[in-house]
Write a protein that binds this ligand. Structure first.
Ligand SMILES: Nc1nc2c(c(=O)[nH]1)N[C@H]1C(S)=C(S)[C@@H](COP(=O)(O)O)O[C@H]1N2
Ligand SMILES: [Mo]
Length: 379
């Protein structure tokens, strides 16, 4: 049977529905799915960056991991507004053009999903089974949240800002992805970005505007922003009160925490980008390289072990490009023929060292045990 007129569903698929009005919810099916990414979930769309892309200082936009709870909404940028409300002197609504008239700001920053590495926890933890690639670095460009807040004037007694998202839960009983950060962090280095690696932000990554929260896990980087609410307390909804919590004390794998706290900065972590997992390399001098980052400071040291941590070799680490960015590292490894498990561990400026074992937690968050890549060396 042929249909005379396209249905709403057809329009969504063609990506045309956004033109019919602002704030229209749509499934991600209306937006072309980038190729070359590993599909961890089809609905909602969770796509992982392949290991090979971790060798780039800036992750290509088309290889940048995607995580969304409800799918990307299609938003008409022309009628879109950002509303600043709550504990402010005067609520304001800003168009993209008005935002662009503020002083521009940009920053290289690592976006890592809180659940990156979840698949590596034992016992297994429920949730998207990310391995190593729910992470990437981009050059983000937009305006400082501090400047936007100043436009509305923050009132005395405010302590948090809540990002109000434009994506829609699939059922009314499902809470929206409201996320709060302390006002102090909001004013320090948070950006509202419309550009990623010199390209217009794509619908999957939060167009027209997203939060960039350097050093903090991806759950704070709210996409498809529609409002900023200044508040005394953090948002009372599910995603602040129940989701994204970590035990305050270490617990045994499989255990139940006594007390939990909200996630903030990502702990120090290094990843090996070359050689690639499962490859064969030539004996002799092998270049091992990767990236390392820490939300708490800068990376001061990266070491490589080819004998499960018995001995370590110092890598050359590139200087930091700023808070929340990642630092490439490289080391020449003298390799004899054999099977190897290469391990990397980083240390940051606060003295934190990547641990041998992950800190198991029921959400499977913030995995940062020594990275591992297996390779065979042949003469
Ligand atoms: N509005 C909205 N923002 C969101 C999410 C979401 O589901 N809805 N997911 C968050 C999570 S958990 C992560 S890890 C990052 C992923 O950003 P990316 O898809 O650009 O990589 O977006 C965050 N921002
Ligand atoms: Mo995430």
């Amino acid at each position: 049977m042929t249909k005379a007129r396209p249905s709403r569903r057809d329009l969504l698929r063609l990506g045309l529905f956004g033109a019919l009005g602002a704030r229209v919810a749509a499934a991600a099916e209306g937006i072309a799915r980038p190729e070359g990414l590993i599909v961890r979930n089809a609905r909602p769309l969770d796509l992982e960056t392949p290991g090979a892309a971790l060798a780039d200082e800036f992750t290509r936009n088309d290889l940048f991991f995607v995580r969304s709870h409800f799918g990307a909404p299609l938003i008409d940028a022309a009628s879109w507004r950002l509303r600043i409300e709550g504990m402010v002197e005067a609520p304001v609504e800003l168009t993209l053009a008005q935002l662009r008239s503020l002083p521009r700001a940009s920053a290289p920053a690592v976006l890592q999903c809180a659940g990156n590495g979840r698949a590596l926890f034992k016992p297994r933890v429920a949730g998207a089974q990310w391995q190593r690639g729910a992470v990437g670095q981009a050059l983000w460009r937009g305006v400082r949240l501090a400047d936007v807040l100043a436009k509305a004037g923050v009132k005395e007694g405010a302590h948090f800002v809540t990002f109000i998202p434009g994506d829609h839960p699939l059922a009314e009983t499902v809470p929206a992805f409201n996320r709060s950060i302390p006002l102090e962090k909001a004013r320090k280095d948070v950006l509202l970005a419309w550009e990623m690696n010199h390209e217009k932000l794509s619908p999957l990554h939060g167009a027209p505007l997203r939060a960039v929260v350097p050093g903090w896990a991806g759950d704070h980087w709210v996409k498809w922003l529609r409002g900023i609410r200044v508040e005394e307390k953090e948002d009372p909804g599910f995603y602040m009160q129940t989701g994204y919590k970590m035990p305050t004390e270490p617990i045994a794998p499989g255990g139940t925490p006594k007390q939990v706290a909200s996630l903030t900065a990502v702990p120090v972590k290094s990843l090996i980008a070359r050689p690639l997992e499962g490859t064969v390399v030539r004996a002799g001098e092998v270049v091992v390289q990767g990236i390392a980052f820490s939300g708490a400071g800068i990376v001061t040291r990266v070491e490589l072990s080819a004998d499960d941590g018995a001995t370590w070799q110092e890598a050359a680490v590139s200087p930091s490009r700023g808070a929340g960015s990642w630092q490439p590292w490289k080391v020449r490894w003298r390799a004899d023929p054999g099977q190897y498990s290469l391990r990397a561990r980083a240390t940051d400026s606060t003295g934190e060292v990547q641990p041998a074992e992950p800190r198991w937690n029921p959400g499977g968050y913030l995995y940062n045990a020594w990275d591992a890549v297996h390779c065979e060396v042949r003469s």
